[in-house]
Design a protein around this ligand. Structure first.
Ligand SMILES: [Zn+2]
Length: 387
């Protein structure tokens, strides 16, 4: 009898010890700050809750940066980290935020759109908690978040998520997925309040173009592409053809299905005057049949299983021994964004956006993403924001 009790106590202690170690790591990840810099182009900093009261004081609130040119023109909204496990998005948005100078028009940037999701993880999939980008001044450390907001911030989940306002039935998890909760509502579940606030920005600021940056599996057909509804289609097509011809990387356009509700590329266009575009770049890390989900896989996209699948024609993107490095993915996003602005300016000259100091694909691939990030320790404190 005594031996049984000793075993029970030992096992319980071991479990408690493991839970404590893991719990401390998860607590630190949730509270880890990422210092980012409002660059010389930033003219105003707001919060998402300034556009939707229901977000005030919640863990879903997040910074909204405005880069206003001296001359009026087009208004462009860049949304990154809708899905925080697709980090090319935040890296791209920070290149714009830290470097862009807007001469004409306005750039609005939300680098950490699903703030709660960026503080969540996916332990069952063995996700690492952080990744680092080398820069001239050291390594910049980022949290690896999850696709959904943390259940610590929005709970409980329903059995089925009934989309608002279409009442389409979606997976229970999608109630925490800010690419299923569009257009949202002021007093809905927390993530609906996040998308509602972004809709309010678009309506109040009269945004012309909304860009939602993502990454998608190489085995998923909707990857390496621009997803666009009917109203954005012409600009998306011209952008895709131009970057392919001039910059030499693959890109295509996918139509936004009108019967699949809750997605940014559908609802933003239906509930505001903005033209939505969802940008996908390949992210091998998210594919199912890969080796361990390591930081190396996240950053260089090299995986032997995907390589062999590619030889069997199972991938939707070109893939070889060089994998799919982060610099390429971020460079593609930079070029596609700049080209969408360019095509929009050509079609609507009175809504021209002129920005400089943002690199295109070839520059990012040559110099690396980290080249464009500035040292927070050498930046005036008032321009450093923890996200
Ligand atoms: Zn995504």
């Amino acid at each position: 009898m005594r031996r049984v009790w000793t075993t029970k106590v030992l096992l319980a202690s071991a479990v408690a010890a493991l839970m404590t170690v893991a719990g401390i790591q998860l607590y630190e990840h949730r509270h880890h700050s990422l210092p980012i810099i409002a660059g010389p182009g930033v003219t105003k900093v707001a919060m998402l809750s300034d556009y939707a009261e229901g977000l005030k004081g919640t863990p879903a609130d997040t910074f909204v940066f405005f880069l206003e040119g001296k001359e009026a023109g087009g208004k462009i909204l860049i949304i990154a980290n809708t899905h925080s496990n697709e980090p090319a998005a935040i890296l791209t948005s920070l290149i714009f935020l830290e470097n862009a100078i807007v001469e004409k028009g306005t750039l609005i940037i939300i680098p950490q759109f699903n703030n709660s999701g960026s503080r969540n993880t996916r332990p069952g999939d063995g996700y690492p908690l952080y990744f680092e980008i080398p820069t001239d001044w050291g390594k910049k450390k980022f949290r690896i978040g999850n696709r959904e907001a943390s259940p610590l911030d929005q709970w409980p989940d329903p059995d089925v998520y009934v989309h608002y306002p279409d009442r389409q039935l979606l997976s229970f998890l999608d109630v925490r997925n800010t690419n299923r909760t569009w257009p949202g509502r002021a007093n809905g579940p927390l993530m609906e309040r996040v998308t509602h606030a972004a809709m309010e920005i678009m309506r109040k600021e009269e945004v012309d173009i909304a860009l939602d940056i993502h990454g998608a599996e190489t085995m998923f057909p909707v990857t390496n592409c621009i997803v666009a509804p009917e109203k954005s289609m012409r600009i998306a097509m011209l952008t895709s053809l131009t970057v392919k011809a001039r910059e030499g990387f693959e890109n295509h356009v996918e139509p936004s299905p009108s019967g699949f509700r809750g997605l940014s590329h559908r609802e933003i266009g239906d509930y505001s005057d903005a033209l939505p575009f969802l940008l996908e770049a390949p992210i091998p890390f998210l594919d199912q049949p890969t080796g361990p989900k390591t930081v190396d896989l996240l950053l260089d996209g090299k995986d032997p299983f995907l390589l062999s699948l590619s030889k069997k024609g199972k991938l939707f993107v070109p893939y070889d021994e060089s994998g799919w490095p982060m610099d390429k993915r971020v460079g593609q996003h930079c070029s596609v964004i700049l080209e969408i602005m360019n095509q929009h300016s050509r079609k609507y000259p009175e809504k021209t956006t002129t920005i400089r100091n943002v690199p295109r694909y070839a520059d990012v691939v040559e110099k690396g993403v980290g080249y464009y990030f500035h040292n927070p320790d050498e930046t005036e404190k008032k321009n450093v924001y923890d996200i």
